[in-house]
Design a protein around this ligand. Structure first.
Ligand code: FAD
Ligand code: NAI
Length: 468
């Protein structure tokens, strides 16, 4: 079988790239080793985690805020198997959607492990061991990532688990330990804390979500403690874990060497993800992965050291995010078709789907200080927002950072209700190189959460926010 493009992996990088290739008239095939398309994101990542976050948020509100709204419920309880079944149904709808899109775009798909024979020949090894070979003018590697494992803390998938198993727990645990105060730990920790689990987070660094603007982690930690009773052991290095029956005991130590021992029903290990290249047989084409993180090196056009072999998404440098992988899929498809696409890596938004949500784009205040950029900052708290008061979601704030001289927006950082959606306005503004005053002068519907962005922009412009 001869193709213009063969894509290895059907996650958001691979499937989006394949569809764009087909739209551009390239004969395209996708190889996926799993039974369903969609990769980590659709099967065990973005989509199932958001489904459980939504379900658990409903439960938490029903248990804690409905009364204040004047809604009285009796005998409220969690039906965990049903919650998981609904999540599975959401996943199935999404993965089936990719099957439909492949058919619609006349993309051939093959189930099995794709590996290089040479730069234009890919062998597919199927479950039973049979093989099939495809030839391709171009290959896009979109093989994604897998959870990072701590060498001294083996995952047993029963009590010491990764995010994948945490999406399928059939009961509400009494206690849960989360190792890593990053995105996965806080999102999945929130799911269970909302359902009534006592969640303890052990984080190596002094801050949670440490790569985001520092103010965000501080506020999120405060709210998660207050509203969900989550416990945080900051500056603690995990040293080991043992299981006995249904109990897992985790040990960690702080900078002074003082030890803690925590017991729980489950321990989620969420200490990052590592690029996944097993089975690709990269040696056959002379590609060596980076020592740190196992990433495939690529140039500015996402081409590897082998001409015609590209790599995108989690398997290469940069943020491990679905929308980044998607944009790279489109980028490579358009490059192969001879176009001149562009990605602005500084404007890839980052979102944490806790409640309150956290969202960020552009430079953080810490980066601007480090670069020596002169900037001005304007903030607006949600407690001063009419919309937030109406929904009782008054935690958090929006911060706009703008160039001190030109007023160009350099970074926007938010924590608050529905900021995962509000951040899109900041991304658009920054793509068009808007000034803080531009946002301040644009009419925003009232009452909406987006008014907080306008007020923060007003505060950054001339310290002229109206409602604080
Ligand atoms: P993947 O989605 O990992 O897909 C790679 C695919 O390649 C897999 O299906 C794999 O089976 C296949 N494959 C690998 N090797 C081979 C081979 N040799 N032959 C054939 N097939 C192969 N990101 C967000 O932006 N927003 C979120 O809300 C979000 N939530 C997440 C929640 C969780 C719990 C997790 C774990 C991740 C989350 N992410 C989120 C990250 C997101 O899932 C990834 O960034 C994204 O899936 C990366 O896409 P990808 O196409 O590079 O790789
Ligand atoms: P992460 O990199 O976000 O966080 C890992 C955390 O673990 C860090 O804070 C780190 O300091 C800590 N850590 C590392 N080793 C430790 C140790 N031994 N003891 C204690 N703490 C330790 O990684 P995470 O949460 O696993 O997520 C992986 C990737 O998945 C992220 O890069 C993210 O991009 C993606 N993702 C994105 C989501 C989103 O966009 N909403 C949701 C979930 C995942």
């Amino acid at each position: 079988m001869q193709y213009d493009v063969v894509v290895i992996g059907s996650g958001p990088g691979g499937y989006v790239g394949a569809i764009r290739c087909a739209q551009l008239g390239l004969k395209t095939a996708v190889i996926e080793k799993y039974k369903t398309f969609g990769g980590t994101c659709l099967n065990v990542g973005c989509i199932p985690s958001k489904a459980l976050l939504d379900s658990s948020e409903h439960f938490h509100n029903a248990a804690h805020t409905f009364k204040t709204h004047g809604i009285v419920l009796k005998d409220l309880k969690v039906d965990m198997p049903q919650m998981i079944a609904r999540k599975n149904d959401v996943v199935n709808q999404n993965t089936a959607g990719i099957t439909y899109l492949f058919k619609k775009n006349k993309i051939d798909s093959f189930e099995g492990i794709g590996s290089f024979v040479d730069k234009n020949t890919i062998m597919i090894t199927k479950e039973g061991g049979e093989t099939e070979t495809l030839t391709a003018k171009n290959v896009i590697i979109a093989s994604g990532s897998k959870p990072t494992v701590l060498p001294f803390l083996p995952i047993d998938k029963k009590r010491i688990i990764t995010s994948t198993e945490a999406l399928n727990i059939q009961e509400v645990p009494k206690q849960m330990i989360v190792i890593g105060g990053g995105v996965i730990g806080l999102e999945l920790g929130s799911v269970y804390a909302r359902l009534g689990t006592k969640v303890s987070v052990i984080e190596f660094l002094p801050s949670i979500i440490a790569t985001m603007d520092a103010g965000l982690g501080k506020e999120l930690q405060r709210v998660l403690k207050k509203s969900l009773g989550m416990e945080f052991y900051m500056n603690h290095k995990v040293t080991g874990a043992t299981t006995k029956g249904k109990t897992v005991t985790v040990t960690a130590e702080n900078a002074k060497g003082e030890q803690i021992h925590l017991d729980a029903d489950y321990c989620i290990v969420a200490v990052g993800r590592t690029a996944y290249t097993a089975g690709l047989n990269l040696e056959a084409i002379g590609i060596k992965t980076e020592e740190r993180g196992n990433k495939i090196p690529v140039n500015e056009h996402l081409e590897t050291s082998v001409p015609g072999v590209f790599a995108i998404g989690d398997v290469i440098r940069g943020a491990m995010l679905a929308h980044k992988a998607e944009d790279e899929g489109i980028y490579v498809a358009e490059r192969i078709a001879g176009q001149k696409p562009h990605i602005n890596y500084n404007l890839i938004p980052g979102v944490v789907y806790t409640w309150p949500e956290v969202a960020s784009v552009g430079y953080t205040e810490e980066q601007l200080k480090e670069n020596g950029t002169k900037y001005k900052a304007g903030s607006f708290p949600f407690k001063a927002s009419g919309r937030a008061k109406a929904s009782m979601d008054t935690d958090g704030f929006v911060k706009v950072l703008a160039d001190a001289e030109t007023d160009e927006i350099l970074g926007v950082h938010m924590i608050g209700p529905r900021v995962a959606d509000v951040i899109a306005e900041a991304v658009v503004a920054m793509e068009f190189r808007a000034s803080a005053e531009d946002i301040a002068r644009i009419c925003h519907a009232h009452p909406t959460y987006t008014e907080a962005l306008k007020e923060a922009a007003m505060a950054a412009t001339e310290n002229r926010a109206i409602h604080i």
